[in-house]
Design a binder for this molecule. Structure first.
Ligand SMILES: [Zn+2]
Ligand SMILES: [Zn+2]
Length: 133
């Protein structure tokens, strides 16, 4: 099975993700904007067992607007989110797309979530893209 390597910017945490991601999405919600410090987040999800994390991580949790809980793992050295799980998507680990530093990453995002919070200058494209408010 093909595997992909994700690395935090300081290099202390590495993730090996085996096989094809089962869901690739972007999210424009307020938490993703704040967590990433960017206009939106982009992430790929694999079944938990297909993601292996090496290096020390710490975690924090928050309860979202709709009541679901999210738990984020981050590198204590550089502070980057390296993986997260949502109560509403049990069994799946999300890995920020940027950690692969691969502009050729496929598949492209299939879901664009919280478009009601999207910055006006952002446009997500793709033939099979589904948009959710
Ligand atoms: Zn780091
Ligand atoms: Zn979000």
């Amino acid at each position: 099975m093909e595997s992909r390597i994700a690395t935090c910017p300081c290099g202390a945490v590495q993730l090996v993700c085996e096989g094809e991601p089962v869901r690739v999405s972007v999210c424009h919600c307020r938490n993703c904007q704040r967590r990433t410090g960017s206009a939106f987040s982009a992430q790929a999800r694999w079944p938990d067992a297909q993601v292996t994390v090496t290096g020390e991580t710490r975690e924090w949790s928050l309860t979202g607007d709709e009541g679901g809980r999210a738990t984020f793992r981050f590198c204590p050295q550089c502070g980057s989110t390296v993986a997260y799980v949502l109560d509403t998507m049990p069994g799946l680990t999300a890995v920020p797309l940027g950690l692969f530093a691969d502009p050729g990453f496929t598949p492209w995002p299939r879901f664009s979530v919280y478009e009601s919070r999207k910055h006006g200058w952002v446009e997500i494209t793709g033939d099979t893209l589904e948009r959710w408010d």
